[in-house]
Design a protein around this ligand. Structure first.
Ligand SMILES: Nc1ncnc2c1ncn2[C@@H]1O[C@H](COP(=O)(O)OP(=O)(O)OP(=O)(O)O)[C@@H](O)[C@H]1O
Ligand SMILES: O=P(O)(O)OC[C@H]1O[C@](O)(CO)[C@@H](O)[C@@H]1O
Ligand SMILES: [Mg+2]
Length: 499
């Protein structure tokens, strides 16, 4: 057999109707490690996968010198800009950042991500984000639109604001917001909202989204019909996995129709469940807010006789908020996440550990992610408007089971349950998220002007990059139960294995 890396990217887009699961399927590579050139093949394949889709793939469009420069800004800062040759602030299309930076010695190393059994070092480069010297749009002719979809997330307004500022810096005059997510494209009662520096100036001071959010909505072809009717040239889509799957389907449909439209995503999720990125905006703020709830649960538990504080945090399939809030608060005895199954009853069960904590410490504080322990609850087929499965309430279930258990064994226990679900995501962004939002918003605009479409922008190993959407939405990013971070969390809580 001719040795080679076989990687097929299979994109299945069901444009005409709403689909529930992520509609991008990536086939795993089959690699023949006996091939002396396997690394070269792997890298070629990787480069193909991470190549950024560009308007020139489908259209005969020519670049022009950019209007974005910080070298000689006019008093109005209106992008009437500088002779670009005198400014070295542009990112070259061949600039790259390393996606993976650890060289693992063995597949048994904590958190190892190895390609071959010897854990060979294989460089995996992704594209650096930022302004290019050449652009593919005439700024004064551009109509740009922004839409925010899915659940709320701290920082949405910060990103909207920076997108508007940066578009204006290029010289764009026609900027609109689409109201209430994808729904706003097709609902006649929802008008486009004109956006400008003046309109967005102070929106970062409040949480939520100036434009509103929603789940569900029209079909992809109806959305693209609307983009065509509204004559939108650039679409900035702020949302999570579902929103990005939608954005990619919109991009594909625009390509099919040979429309000159740049669709650029900005990943938004407090759950931090987007692949390949260090973190998504809103996550840090959510963790900080979650800590307040944990702190209250701790105080309640400490002040009660045999107090047990129980806090449920968001995280439908990924336990990052629960893990990080447990780590940062330092007040959690037991952290439960969707990635690590647990049992309540029996000799190694959680209830027995709680008994031990009450006996030895007189109190206990538990943090549970909403997606944890779903196997302990009755299954339901219910889904939300976007097709996401409606989860059972693990927080309420645990509260009941803990109360029942202590009553049964005749030990008093005072259980205080806190569910701060919507409080952790309705607040405004903290300082680190505000910076992240600023950079991502600016980079989204640079990406669109550079002619890319079907891309998203994120932070990898502290460097800002562009990634093709299919690579980040193929599955939700999850906590690796063999990662150093999860081990650190276990070291901090001192919890047992509840198997
Ligand atoms: N596979 C998909 N293809 C096309 N559109 C999708 C897909 N999944 C979801 N969408 C659309 O994207 C929007 C947001 O999806 P969803 O409600 O799942 O939120 P999300 O972007 O994943 O954010 P969150 O992190 O808040 O869940 C909805 O309007 C939904 O209809
Ligand atoms: O109640 P809503 O608005 O559907 O949002 C709930 C979901 O939002 C998320 O926070 C993601 O934004 C999930 O963790 C959670 O399941
Ligand atoms: Mg989602």
């Amino acid at each position: 057999m001719v040795p080679q890396v076989v990687r097929r990217l299979k994109r299945i887009f069901k444009c005409a109707s709403q689909v529930n699961d992520i509609s991008v399927e990536v086939v795993k590579p089959e690699i023949d490690f006996k091939d002396p050139d396997w690394k070269k093949h792997f890298q070629e394949d990787f480069d193909n996968r991470f190549r950024l889709p560009h308007l020139t793939d489908i259209l005969d469009v020519k670049p022009r010198p950019t209007s974005f420069s910080l070298k000689s800004r006019g008093p109005l800062g209106d992008g009437n800009g500088a002779p670009m040759d005198t400014w070295y602030g542009y990112v070259n299309d061949d600039d790259r950042a390393l996606l993976k930076v650890i060289k693992f010695a063995s597949p048994n190393s904590a958190g190892a991500e190895c390609i071959d059994p010897d854990c060979s070092w294989v460089e995996q480069w992704v594209h650096r984000a930022g302004p290019r010297k050449q652009i593919y749009y005439e700024p004064k002719e551009v109509k740009a639109a922004i839409v925010t979809c899915g659940g709320l997330c701290p920082g949405l307004n910060d990103v909207i604001r920076q997108i508007v500022f940066t578009l204006e810096k290029y010289g764009v005059k026609n900027i609109v917001g689409i109201q209430f997510g994808y729904r706003g494209f097709c609902d006649e009662n929802l008008r486009e909202v004109p956006l400008s520096h003046q309109v967005v100036q102070n929106i970062n001071l409040a949480g939520g989204s100036l434009l509103g959010v929603s789940r569900g909505g029209p079909s992809i072809s109806d959305i693209v019909d609307s983009i065509q009717a509204k004559a939108i040239d650039m679409l900035f889509v702020l949302g999570g996995n579902g929103t990005h799957a939608g954005a990619n389907a919109i991009h594909d449909e625009c390509c099919k129709r040979k429309m000159k439209v740049s669709v650029v995503g900005v990943p938004k999720t407090i759950d931090n469940d987007i692949q390949l990125m260090d973190k998504t905006f809103g996550f840090d703020t959510a963790v900080e807010e979650a800590q307040r709830a944990i702190n209250s649960a701790y105080i309640e538990a400490e002040s009660a006789y045999h107090g047990i504080g129980l806090v449920k945090l968001m995280g439908r399939s990924s336990g990052f908020i629960a893990m990080h809030a447990s780590l940062s608060s330092g007040q959690i005895d037991i952290c439960l996440i969707p990635e690590v199954p647990f049992k309540l009853e029996g000799p190694n069960g959680l209830l027995q550990h709680l008994e031990h904590l009450i006996k030895t410490k007189g109190k206990a504080v538990v943090c549970v992610a909403e997606g944890a322990g779903q196997e302990l609850l009755q299954k339901s087929d219910a889904t939300d408007a976007s097709g996401n499965v409606v989860l059972g309430d693990i927080g309420v279930h645990m509260q009941q089971q803990i109360k029942r258990h202590f009553k049964y064994i005749g030990v008093p226990a005072d259980v205080k349950y806190i569910d701060p679900t919507y409080m952790v995501r309705a607040c405004r962004a903290n300082a680190s998220d505000a910076i992240l939002c600023t950079v991502l918003g600016q980079n989204a605009v640079h990406g669109a002007f550079a002619g890319f479409s079907g891309i998203t922008t994120g932070i990898c190993n502290n460097h800002y990059v562009y990634l093709p959407i299919p690579e980040v939405v193929r599955s939700p990013r999850r906590v690796d139960s063999n990662s150093r971070m999860w081990h650190r969390c276990l070291t901090s809580t001192g919890q047992a294995d509840f198997h």
